[in-house]
Design a protein around this ligand. Structure first.
Ligand code: NAD
Length: 258
């Protein structure tokens, strides 16, 4: 997919999870906007609004709605806001995760019940919750895309309960893909290699993860948010209409190497 050919002109997408210009969601938003897609954005609380609104404006969007995915009422309000402006949705990007960073410092064994529930709620269940609402706006089909990480499959230092949440998320993607496929709705997880974002700053010794990723990946390169963006744009495009339920690695091939 070459940037800037208007391949997604006429498509409408909701991007959830932009925190700043290093966010993976921002890389995706730039890629789909470059192909002509019209975008709406969400932010979790008022203090994030002032960061997200100027970024949305850069891509010509003034649809920026509050949505704390921990709250069904907040998700309902956000989708009601979108439905007032748009009669359909073509794609949704869910780039949201959260865990208590104190618990990522120690062992998985010490995970508290409270943080297990919180991490699974925000980082996994919330994708199902937003898919419920988004699917109702996809009567002409569409795609639902979330972000995962290799720590779902293999034990990664300090990824801890987030790895458990991502494993559940990847499974949820397959169930959702099976159920929504007959409606022409495709569901995917994208699994990028490590990226130095705000969320990643909560993972201890993240720099070592970056060094290892670069040394071990066949491409001998770290991925960028732009790399994740173009791959996501492809999955959201009609050309990918018969691809669903995938976990797509954008990691320079890291996952194939022992
Ligand atoms: P980021 O900090 O830029 O994005 C995380 C987003 O989650 C933020 O926008 C934050 O506002 C949002 N969020 C947290 N709690 C929320 C809530 N209750 N309601 C609504 N939004 C909430 O970091 P990122 O690395 O771009 O993370 C995006 C996704 O990519 C996450 O799912 C993350 O696990 C995944 N991922 C990241 C990496 C990496 O190395 N950075 C690798 C693979 C996958």
């Amino acid at each position: 997919m070459t940037a800037g050919n208007g391949l997604m002109a006429g498509k409408r997408g909701l991007v959830m999870g932009v925190a700043n210009d290093r966010s993976i969601a921002w890389g995706i938003a730039k890629a789909v906007a470059a192909e002509g897609a019209e975008l709406a954005f969400t932010y979790p609380n008022e203090s994030m609004a002032k960061r997200v609104k100027p970024l949305a404006e850069q891509l010509g969007s003034n649809i920026v709605l509050e949505c704390d995915v921990a709250s069904d009422a907040s998700i309902d309000a956000a989708f009601a806001g979108i439905a007032e402006l748009w009669d359909r949705l073509d794609f949704l990007v869910h780039a949201i995760a959260f865990s208590d960073r104190e618990e990522l410092k120690g062992q998985y064994l010490d995970t508290s019940r409270r943080n297990f529930a919180l991490t699974l709620d925000i980082s996994c269940y919330s994708f199902t919750a937003v898919c419920q609402r988004a699917a109702r706006m996809m009567s002409a089909g569409g795609s639902l895309i979330t972000l995962t990480y290799y720590g779902a499959e293999r034990v990664m230092p300090h990824y801890n309960v987030m790895g458990v949440a991502k494993a559940a998320l990847e499974s949820a993607v397959r169930y959702l893909a099976a159920e929504l496929g007959p409606k022409g709705i495709r569901v995917h997880a994208i699994s990028p290699g490590p990226l130095a974002t705000r969320a990643a700053s909560g993972i201890p010794e993240f720099d070592e993860l970056l060094d290892k990723a670069k040394a071990k990946a066949p491409a001998r390169s770290l991925v960028s948010i732009e790399d994740v963006g173009v791959a996501t744009a492809f999955l959201a495009h009609d050309a990918a209409r018969l691809i669903t339920g995938e976990t797509l690695y954008i990691d320079g091939g890291y996952h194939i190497i022992d």
